[in-house]
Ligand binder design. Structure first.
Ligand SMILES: NC(=O)c1ccc[n+]([C@@H]2O[C@H](COP(=O)([O-])OP(=O)(O)OC[C@H]3O[C@@H](n4cnc5c(N)ncnc54)[C@H](O)[C@@H]3O)[C@@H](O)[C@H]2O)c1
Length: 334
């Protein structure tokens, strides 16, 4: 049995990734190291918490002391832990530097001190900046981040690359486009739209709503990361994308249609500062070299996602009324 240390596994993508690994691979056990920030929610993993191949450890990757408490026999480290919301990084960037850059550096130091098979840095297409109407981001596109979140992720990527080159840490970087699916914190566009629409509240859309994102189902992303873990060539970067470009306004409208809610809930608000116009991922490399491609049809995936949030209203309510934070308080006290 091999051991995967997942950081940030109580968040949106990390929790879906852990569920994906435990239900599809017998040969791995997972340790989830998470600091349970506002975005970390252990109820995302309720169905796996008694699995013998799963263990949770509470801790902050930007605090080196946490690594003394980790077992030494770790085969893989997959770093999901991050501050991940662009709007928050515009308000207060310091924590993005601390978690996303210093935290990654600490993890790389830890990887050096134990012998691991692979370190995967879960990065984002946002490190490439913004596109006009044409073209796509490839792995050789220059890094050109436009907001403090993407700047912190790009910095972390550079540290990962440098630790691979200088200290021979066996590493891959994955850069994925926008994810959607269950358990996404309802500050992000899709769950926010669903939640507000269900409550007949106004739905804020930045600018004129024509910004384009390239959406991928979180399970396709999880499968992409496992493909890189098992087959990725050490030192390489792999873009992961869904091939589903859609304007924000059209995405919001299709969610409203599915919920039978009127479009006049939409309220255009002042554009986000430094708002990237368009993201689109060229994922030919992972497709051609590692035989990965996205499987989940966007229309179907979105319908299932909307349905999931409708079926899990309690999950949303616990976040809205803050009761999900009680679990965190126990760890802080204990
Ligand atoms: N959401 C997307 O569309 C997307 C796309 C591409 C890449 N990514 C990357 O994927 C990763 C996960 O994104 P997400 O959307 O699941 O984020 P999220 O905000 O939902 O979850 C982040 C998790 O990290 C944990 N965390 C934060 N600071 C920590 C610290 N100091 N120590 C330990 N744990 C800490 C949080 O408690 C939370 O569980 C991030 O690195 C993000 O940059 C996200």
């Amino acid at each position: 049995m091999e051991t995967i240390l997942v950081t940030g596994g109580a968040g949106f993508i990390g929790s879906n990734f852990i569920r994906f690994v435990l239900s599809n691979f017998k040969e791995y056990q997972v340790i989830n190291l998470d600091f349970l920030t506002y975005a970390g929610n252990l109820s995302n993993l309720k169905d796996v918490e008694t699995d013998k191949k799963y263990k949770f450890i509470f801790g902050d990757i930007s605090d080196k002391k946490i690594f003394e408490r980790l077992p030494k026999n770790i085969d893989y480290i997959i770093n999901f832990a991050a501050e991940s919301h662009v709007d928050r990084s515009i308000q207060e960037a310091g924590i993005f530097l601390k978690t996303n850059v210093l935290g990654t550096l600490n993890l790389l130091e830890h990887a050096r001190s134990i012998s691991i098979k692979k370190f995967i840095q879960v990065s984002t297409d946002e490190v490439y900046g913004s596109l006009d109407e044409t073209g796509k981001f490839s792995e050789t596109t220059n890094l050109s981040p436009n907001n403090p979140y993407s700047a912190s992720k790009a910095s972390a990527d550079l540290f990962v690359n440098s630790y691979h080159k200088t200290h021979e840490v066996p590493a891959n970087i994955t850069r994925c486009s926008n994810n959607y699916g269950p358990y996404q914190f309802p500050e992000k566009l899709i769950p926010l739209t669903i939640m507000r629409a269900l409550n007949d509240q106004e739905i804020p859309v930045y600018g004129d709503g024509t910004n384009i994102r390239d959406w991928i189902h979180v399970e396709d992303h999880a499968r992409g990361i496992m493909t890189v873990l098992q087959k990725g060539k050490i030192g390489e970067i792999y873009n992961i994308g869904g091939g589903n470009e859609i304007q924000n306004i059209n995405l919001v409208k299709s969610i409203l249609s599915q919920l039978n809610k009127p479009f006049d809930l939409i309220s255009f608000v002042e554009d986000r500062k430094g708002h990237d116009k368009r993201y689109a991922i060229d994922f030919r490399k992972i497709h051609e070299k590692l035989s990965w491609s996205p499987k989940i049809d966007f229309k179907k995936g979105l319908e299932n996602t909307v349905q999931w949030y409708k079926n899990n209203i309690d999950w949303i309510r616990n976040i809205q009324d803050g009761s999900y934070l009680k679990i965190r308080e126990q760890f802080f006290k204990g």
